[in-house]
Ligand binder design. Structure first.
Ligand code: NOJ
Length: 536
């Protein structure tokens, strides 16, 4: 086993937005294949592609109508095969999204299930009689918009469960035939060469739910996401999710060297359970702590230290700064701190995931109301929940539409602000650009075992500074010190006595080769990756 996923870097592509090869304004598989050399050159190891399957696109592909097909918008199965082969030729792995909790209401399974109470697939979804008052069976609310999570079906007089949109009915993992069919989906793609899966809302899958009302959330206030009105006692992080996690892992383990990543949005103590009691669930339960942390040195250190403390010895850490559901990292922390954040991401212990365009510092797009696409924003306008801003076209060049699609096409979302400078073409030419910084950090991470496999230890530092050391497991002289200034003022820190090192990269200025010892003056919004030459 090479364990490539431990030492490698994952790059997430949102397929609608990466590269449009056929000129319809929507990205596609041929476009991704064309851009694989860019990813190989950047130095990442795996590309995770959000759903590419046939779908009515009620939730932009997270409503799957055929788990073993390719949406015609994205191309054909031949295009998928070609993408996988081309990636492998370049030494890149391919990870697909696996939507475990729900299908589309247009999936033939659901159409069959819905057709009658006696359908052989009735039990593949959750159907319930109305509650005592004639309304929905429980008070559960939908993740998008906070309406009932139950939809009444006139024809058969029962409700079905949909944790997300009514167009996304929940799958019943308690049904053996459904399980077989869903597990065969994993085999189908692994037989085609896919190297792993990112399992959508892995902590929600249900086998045998209790049909009980969720209690109200006493902390909910007007103006908050309406979905948060209730606590989720009976709807998420049930033991069932682990039953399903183990089933998926068993199938993934039938093949060599594949990876199972779980999307799990839970506090750190509960997140750990998703590695599995016997390391038999997810290789990498996604760690979103850096997304949820305040962006201060103290808060980030506390999150990293707590996470490091909890990760089991049989588990492997990982870190995420952004994805297709969050505001862009550069907009959340500002462009200067985005560079510091990427130095952090690429020097911590554990697999980093980079969201497309974050390596350039792409900010949130500006989406005029008439161009809103995301169903969440459409259902809860103005609460800042919409995800379109993070899904704007990848910025490749100074060409029309930032080179995402041909000039005469109209991109499905408008190109984001600042694309004339925040693009690959321009940043490749500047040695101090964010892209050049990211590339350098990736190269250093690849070359130095201390950075991709070494231990982690943080230091007590003055306010505003987060500092930690990484040391190779095999070679005590392979050591780095990372010092990050989370503030817009110069900060000074007295380095450990006798420590002497060379700066390999500066978050703010790019490459440097100064030497440091004694009192370190960290410039505003800068971070230094220091190779330790000597330390007592
Ligand atoms: C999590 C995905 O990341 C998000 O984009 C999607 O809307 C929901 N799961 C539902 O599948």
């Amino acid at each position: 086993m090479s364990n490539w996923w431990k030492h490698g870097i994952v790059y997430q592509v949102y397929p609608r937005s990466f590269q449009d090869a056929d000129g319809d304004g929507v990205g596609d598989l041929a476009g991704i294949t064309d851009r694989l050399p860019y990813l190989a050159d950047l130095g990442v190891d795996a590309v995770w592609i959000s759903p590419i399957y046939p779908s009515p696109m009620a939730d932009f592909g997270y409503d799957v109508a055929d788990y073993t097909g390719v949406h015609e918008l994205f191309g054909t199965m031949d295009d998928a095969d070609h993408l996988i082969e081309s990636a492998h030729d370049l030494g890149l792995k391919v990870i697909l999204d696996y939507v475990v909790n729900h299908s589309s209401h247009q999936h033939p399974w659901f159409k069959e299930s819905r057709s009658s109470r006696d359908s052989p697939k009735r039990d593949w979804y959750f159907w319930k009689d109305p509650g005592a008052d004639g309304g929905p069976p429980t008070n559960w609310v939908s993740r998008f918009g906070g309406g009932s999570a139950w939809e009444f079906d006139e024809q058969t007089g029962q409700y079905y469960l949909h944790t997300y949109l009514a167009e996304q009915p929940d799958l019943n993992w308690g049904n053996a035939d459904l399980r077989r069919a869903m597990l065969d989906v994993l085999r189908f793609w692994m037989d085609r060469g896919v190297d792993g899966f990112r399992v959508d809302v892995a902590y929600r899958a249900m086998v045998a739910p209790q049909w009980r009302d969720n209690p109200p959330n006493p902390d909910w206030k007007e103006g908050m996401d309406p979905y948060r009105k209730l606590q989720e006692t009976y709807t998420k992080n049930l033991p069932d999710a682990h039953v399903v996690g183990r089933m998926l892992r068993d199938v993934v383990d039938e093949y060599d060297d594949r990876v199972l990543i779980g999307e799990v949005t839970l506090p750190v103590d509960r997140l750990m359970a998703f590695y599995g009691k016997n390391a038999d669930e997810y290789h990498l339960p996604f760690n979103f702590n850096l997304i949820h942390s305040d962006w201060t040195a103290e808060s980030v250190r506390a999150h990293v230290d707590a996470y490091e403390h909890h990760v089991p010895t049989t588990g492997w850490p990982n870190y995420v700064l952004g994805n297709h559901d969050q505001h862009r990292f550069a907009s959340r922390v500002g462009p200067a701190q985005a560079r510091v954040g990427h130095m952090l991401l690429l020097t911590l212990r554990g697999t980093p995931t980079i969201y497309y365009g974050d390596e350039l510092g792409m900010p949130d797009g500006r989406i005029p109301p008439e161009m809103v696409q995301d169903p969440w924003e459409l259902k809860t306008p103005g609460l800042g929940l919409g995800r379109d801003p993070a899904r704007t076209p990848m910025q490749w060049s100074t060409a029309t539409h930032a080179g995402f699609c041909p000039p005469d096409a109209e991109p499905w979302l408008p190109v984001g602000p600042g694309a004339d400078v925040i693009n690959v073409e321009v940043q490749q030419q500047e040695t101090s650009s964010m892209l050049s910084l990211t590339k350098r950090l990736i190269a250093l991470r690849r070359e130095n075992p201390a950075l991709h496999a070494g231990s982690y230890r943080s230091f007590d530092t003055p306010e505003g500074v987060f500092a930690y050391a990484r040391q190779s497991p095999e070679d005590a002289t392979d050591r780095f010190l990372i010092t990050l200034n989370f503030t817009a003022e110069t900060q000074t820190w007295t380095l450990p006595d006798g420590l002497y090192g060379t700066v390999e990269a500066s978050a703010r200025y790019g490459r440097r080769d100064d030497t440091v010892q004694g009192i370190l003056a960290l410039r505003p919004n800068d971070g230094l990756l220091i190779r330790i030459e000597h330390s007592p």
